[in-house]
Design a protein around this ligand. Structure first.
Ligand code: VTB
Length: 350
């Protein structure tokens, strides 16, 4: 079977993958074992794609860790059947594993993809472990473009960023809500937001949902600021391509030693250490699929709920090409629903 636009068919397999990841990781909520939650999500994601004719290569994700279970850079998703569509994959099977292990809010399973017909890389990888990020929604994008700040807003004093945002959104600064990852490294931003008089929300972990939130009209979040994980930033960029928001992002290192170690002998990355990337540069071209399912509640999505003999999941699925944003509420009948796992190549009840 051939389709004129394989993205339109395959995108629903991505929803199945993050749904199954959330449903399989659900058993680990609150149980104090974040690796087990991650492993469960990975097993389910692999399992879904083992049944899909696709050639997917993981280009953004975690590097291989000794003996750690997971889906790593260079891993392949799909059957890799000849002639099947070829995708670059970026994923975080569980963003917020600590939150899952403690039964706390703000965790989700995320996959994004870009079609790469000739196999040439599309998504941009950045080797630094952390990046400094600033993300905002479509109204601020317009103001940023009009002022010619598409790569420099990240260097402005926070008070001025808030001023610009307040004008773009027609709100007073005191009414703006800024989301920041709660870390000592972000203290400077926290102080600046407080001094400027805007309202602050912090999350302990999970900055994909946090950084996407400003681009969603009903999230109640106007800006995301701070230093967090790099793959999470690139995943945010793919979502921003479909939502019309943007993210400015630059490498950040904990120390000079970390910088040397993380950059290794990557000359291109070394040249780009001070470069500010935006969403378009991280996920160029018009093919970008972003898909996430809530595990526990976040600004982006409600978590998995067990109601009677059903499990209810909430997912968001979007594509840059059409800019359609789908919210998919799925009711899974626990007497019938099965999950195909990679670990034993078998189907299991949840
Ligand atoms: C960041 C953030 C993630 O972990 O990577 C954070 O982007 C790790 O920060 O969303 P620390 O190294 O300071 O713990 C998350 O919050 C969850 O993976």
């Amino acid at each position: 079977m051939t389709f004129h636009d394989p993205e339109r068919i395959i995108e629903f397999e991505f929803v199945r993958a993050t749904e199954n990841a959330a449903l399989h990781a659900m058993h680990w909520i609150g149980r104090g074992d974040k690796e087990a939650a991650d492993e469960a999500a990975c097993d389910a994601i692999y399992g879904v794609f083992d049944l899909v004719d696709m050639r997917g290569e993981v280009v953004i994700g975690e590097g291989i860790k000794d003996n750690a279970p997971g889906i790593f850079l260079g891993d392949r998703l799909g059957t890799w059947k000849d002639g099947s569509p070829r995708f670059d994959i970026a994923l975080d099977p569980v963003d917020g594993t600590t939150n899952v292990s403690k039964g706390m809010a703000n965790s989700l399973s995320v996959i994004s993809a870009a079609e790469t017909p000739g196999g040439e890389p599309i998504m941009r990888n950045i080797p630094a472990f952390y990046t400094n990020k600033l993300s905002y929604g479509p109204a601020v994008v317009e103001a940023v473009q009009a002022a010619g700040l598409s790569h420099t807003l990240i260097d402005w004093p926070i008070a001025e960023v808030l001023e610009l945002t307040s004008k773009a959104l027609g709100k007073r600064v005191a009414e703006l809500v800024v989301l920041i990852l709660d870390r000592p490294r972000n203290q400077k931003f926290i102080d600046e937001v407080r001094a400027a008089g805007a309202s602050l929300r912090m999350v302990g972990d999970g900055d994909i949902s946090a950084a996407i939130a400003p681009a969603l009209p009903d999230s109640g979040i106007d800006l995301y600021i701070g230093i967090g994980g790099t793959p999470e930033g690139i995943l945010t960029a793919t979502a921003m391509r479909a939502l019309g928001g943007d993210i400015q992002l630059r490498m950040w290192f904990q120390s000079d030693e970390a910088r040397t170690e993380e950059l290794g002998d990557d000359a291109e990355a070394a040249r780009d250490v001070d470069r500010v990337f935006n969403a378009e540069e991280l996920s160029p071209g018009d093919s970008a699929i972003f898909c996430a399912t809530g595990i526990t509640d976040s600004a982006l999505l409600p978590g998995v709920k067990l109601i009677g003999k059903t499990a209810i999941t909430h997912s968001i699925l979007m594509r840059a090409r059409s800019r359609t944003v789908r919210y998919i509420r799925a009711v899974h009948n626990l007497e019938y629903k099965t999950i195909h796992l990679r670990s034993d190549h078998a189907d299991h009840k949840i």
